[in-house]
Design a protein around this ligand. Sequence first.
Ligand SMILES: [Zn+2]
Length: 553
Amino acid sequence: MPQDVYDKIMMLCKRRGFIYPSFDIYGGVAGFYDYGPLGSQVKNNIENLWRRFYVLKDGCIEINTPIITLYEVLKASGHVDEFTDLTVHCGKCKQFYKVEDILEKGVSVEEALKKNLLRCPRCGMVLKNVSPVNLMFSTKIGIGEGRKAFLRPETAQGIFTNFHFLYRFAREKLPIGVVQIGKGYRNEVSPRQGMIRLREFSMAEAEIFFDPTNKTHSDFEKVKDKKLFLFDNEKEMKLSLREAVKNKVVDNQALAYYMYLTQEFLLSAGVDPKKFRFRKHAKDELAHYARECWDAELFSERFGWVECVGIADRSAYDLSSHIKSSGVDMYALRRYDKTKTVKKKKIVPNMSTLGPLFKEKAGRIKTLLENIDVTSEVDEISVNIDGEKIEIPKDCYKIVETEEKVSGEKFIPHVIEPSYGIDRILYMILEHNYMETKKKEEEYRVLRLKPGIAPVKTGVFPLVNDDKLVEIAKKIDNDLRDAGVITYYDDSGSIGRRYARMDEIGTPFCVTVDHDTIVDNTVTIRDRDTTRQVRKKIEDVVDYIKEKIGFLV
Ligand SMILES: [Zn+2]
């Protein structure tokens, strides 16, 4: 079978220590990859570049929460019920398949079942028993019965369950942007797309909390004339942020702004602009929490257009669910100019009857009761706990009329979420920058990685193994490392071979110490992309390289 670009890149990645299948000595498992020494560097560089955009430029705060997540959190978020794939089982082959993978394009599941079109790809048997399967890895906390938990399917829930704390941290002012970079898990039915469909993956997510009456962004004015590459499932178009919002192609300024930030990040990371677009989700493909969603898609020769970033307007979905099921006040306050005095009806729980009646649930019921808005005459009061509706007897509370000084109006913030799949982005950057030529009848490979993303920034070589040249080269190597530039010192093989080794892993610059160096104190610096060489004074090498790299992440 002829190799396509994916095979070629994955071979290079394995040989040179970027990425390779996990548990290789035991035959590997689909959906898991290890990052080797160079791959880990590239991944760190991409994540740190992302931080430059979100934490440095946009002013988001970064947190870190556990991977193992309580059942209650993911029940409230909807993942226990909704994070599923429709699967089908072949009893003969003992195999599970994702229905989507074996369904003919344009045929609905109902139609396929009715006309016996769903067949086992192995034995051809007609398959019938279609059922949704939850894709979370489950575990438990503690021994014995323990507490039910899952490996998180997204980092976002760790941010939502922190909101009341982060709101105070940000001195109760919206918008607040909170980010988290870390692992997410999805127990794919039968992943067959290599790096594109992983069971354990790295994500970078930002949750931007807004007042829903004000989905604007303070930097929108600065960038409103920049163009976005959009695709609405029918036609591709280039619209400025201003036009996109004005014509309601994109719902609001904030959403458009984060699309722009995403585009800037991906292009700075080395994505080919011709292989990039934003695609709008059709109504029927929106996730259970999303109001509007745009995917940043990158084009791959093997996989076609691949979703690498999802930018969703999650509205108030997550916070309302967590308020409802935890009973904790996670509202924000829209402040009035002056405090107002208002007449209010309030529920005052009567703990002497509530306590004995509801025991360990009494505390949560008390909080829920106190948060109920009593606006009209009410006959009965009920609360929801863990999905169960509990009616509260009349002797457990009283309704009193009070006068209260209020400084503002409570509301649930809306959330705009840019969510990045780091592994996919990393693979796409490799594919978009992989170049192949022939040199002296041999295949010659170059990874044209941006200097900021490249795992090694500079190769340092003595032209020959001469004590004087080696001493100078090692000194330059040290000076570069002291300045934070990752180098690779190489003194073996012809200079051509050494360049080739560096080109193949994307090293943007090579410094060579030769016989002239001893005479005039200069070295050659070769540029990977132009292969042009310039001569520079030794004392200028560090500054020259640092300036060329642009920034170190
Ligand atoms: Zn079968």
